[in-house]
Design a protein around this ligand. Structure first.
Ligand code: PFF
Length: 455
């Protein structure tokens, strides 16, 4: 059969499977609550414009770089650098990636656990007789309590582990091929419902009307940081998935398809959320609040809100699940290949270790809240270190590796197996990974650690 890998590694079986899995990784909590909110805060369309620029100039090149590293090495995020640059310190980039996977999944699983609780609350029609204050305290009492969020996080991690343990084709590919279309159908339904509400227009204006006065330096930096998180870049997720992609796959078109899917879904999430928020005169608030406090207020006021809320939290959980399996797979592939474990042992071990850290994250919202580092509780610390430091650092070195070490000739060879990268496009790509991506990321990093200020 054309393009089978030369060794016995599991692989994706179809092109749609690759795109479903990679888009499943990209589309997650980042798209559904974070994107609509930050786009709104930083001037709607003005933010969107800058964000799309970063996606095109930095996101797509780094995504292609990760896929190239993965497929040409057919190794996990750590092993890939050992294969491509033996005996050099480059493999530590892989260690950084595996560490980021641990940290991200530990808090990601907690938020996904809350989402599970909100599916149950929606089914029990738990928001309908509540005042806005009661809905707000419902959320804080859930996140601050001890047993329930921990159990829910463990249930979510069990679901994640159950898919990963089966393998690539029969586990990750099979389930993302079902879950991603489901997600798109639910989202389109929610968009239609939201757009047909009276007063929906104000929400669309909030999201799409450019207001460049709100686009601060901070907004530009957030756009870059979010581009990384939302496309799952910088920690070897797409190196790992790339290692299961067959030779006849067109990596360039895969990178484009995944990016387009991720961006379209983020915009659709905005269209599903903001018209509803504005139609009921509710202020768009920050982060978790938008999803877990503001939206339940919207649901219980709107006709059909009962169904709307069940579907919404199923959507959120599905999106989180297709991302969490990609994060767990980074760790599992690393354990499996670097410590010669079989998939079952590697998955159980990775799931148990991540869940333990997840328990600490969950408790840090309640009983462990007095424990802080630099003013952040454990949950926020995991989020901050991974999103603001590890992903951008990983992405920067991945770009440098492809631009300066791997080089133009090998890039052209790897991309031409299942596709074509013309001379001009190749030159543009090399310029972006050699200069633009590393410099732009370095600027963001320096700003984040306080060494460079824009105001
Ligand atoms: N892209 C996911 C989201 O937007 O929710 C989060 C994520 C997944 C980040 C995988 C990093 C990663 F490697």
């Amino acid at each position: 059969m054309a393009g089978l890998p030369s060794n016995n590694r599991d692989s994706f079986g179809s092109k749609f499977g690759v795109i479903a899995a990679a888009a499943g990784s990209a589309v997650g909590l980042g798209n559904i609550w974070k994107f609509p909110y930050i786009a709104g805060v930083y001037g709607g369309a003005a933010f969107l414009f800058v964000y799309l620029g970063f996606i095109l100039a930095i996101g797509i090149p780094i995504m292609l770089s990760e896929l190239i590293i993965g497929r040409s090495s057919r190794s996990n995020a750590f092993g890939a650098f050992k294969v491509l640059a033996p005996g050099t310190p480059w493999r530590f980039i892989g260690i950084l990636g595996v560490s980021a996977a641990f940290l991200i999944l530990s808090f990601y699983g907690v938020v996904a656990g809350w989402s599970l609780q909100y599916i149950m609350l929606s089914i029990q029609d738990g928001f309908s007789s509540k005042t806005p204050e009661e809905i707000a305290s419902l959320f804080s009492s859930l996140t601050e309590s001890t047993v329930r969020p921990v159990v829910l996080q463990l249930v979510f991690m069990l679901l994640t582990g159950a898919i990963v343990i089966v393998g690539i084709k029969k586990g990750i590919e099979k389930y993302t091929k079902i879950l991603m279309p489901l997600l798109v159908i639910i989202l389109i339904f929610l968009c239609v419902k939201s757009l047909t509400l009276d007063g929906a227009k104000a929400g669309l204006e909030f999201l799409f009307k450019p207001d460049f006065s709100k686009l601060s330096g901070d907004g530009i930096l957030s756009a870059l940081g979010h581009a990384f998180f939302t496309l799952s870049l910088g920690m070897g997720t797409l190196i790992t998935y790339g290692s299961y992609v067959q030779r006849d796959n067109n990596l360039l078109s895969t990178a484009f398809s995944v990016t387009i899917a991720d961006t379209v879904i983020a915009i659709l999430a905005g269209i599903a959320i903001f018209p509803a928020v504005f139609a009921f005169n509710i202020a768009p608030t920050e982060g978790p609040g938008l999803i877990f406090i503001t939206l339940p207020n919207v649901f219980h006021q709107m006709p059909g809100g009962f169904v709307f809320s069940i579907l919404f939290f199923i959507l959120l959980t599905v999106a989180a699940l297709t991302s969490s399996i990609s994060i767990l797979e980074v760790v599992v592939a690393y354990f499996k290949e670097e410590f010669q474990m079989n998939r079952k042992v590697a998955t159980v071990l990775a799931t148990v270790l991540v869940s333990m850290l997840g328990v600490l994250c969950s408790l840090s919202m309640g009983v462990l809240s007095p424990i802080t580092f630099f003013g952040l509780n454990i949950f926020d610390l995991m989020d901050w270190i991974s999103a603001n430091l590890l992903l951008p650092i990983g992405g920067m070195f991945i770009a440098i590796f492809i631009g300066w070490i791997f080089g133009r000739k090998k890039v052209q060879k790897e991309v031409s197996y299942g596709g074509h990268l013309s001379g001009v496009l190749l030159s543009v790509f090399m310029f972006l990974v050699k200069f633009i991506a590393p410099i732009a990321i370095a600027i963001v990093l320096l700003n984040k650690v306080g060494l460079l200020s824009f105001s």
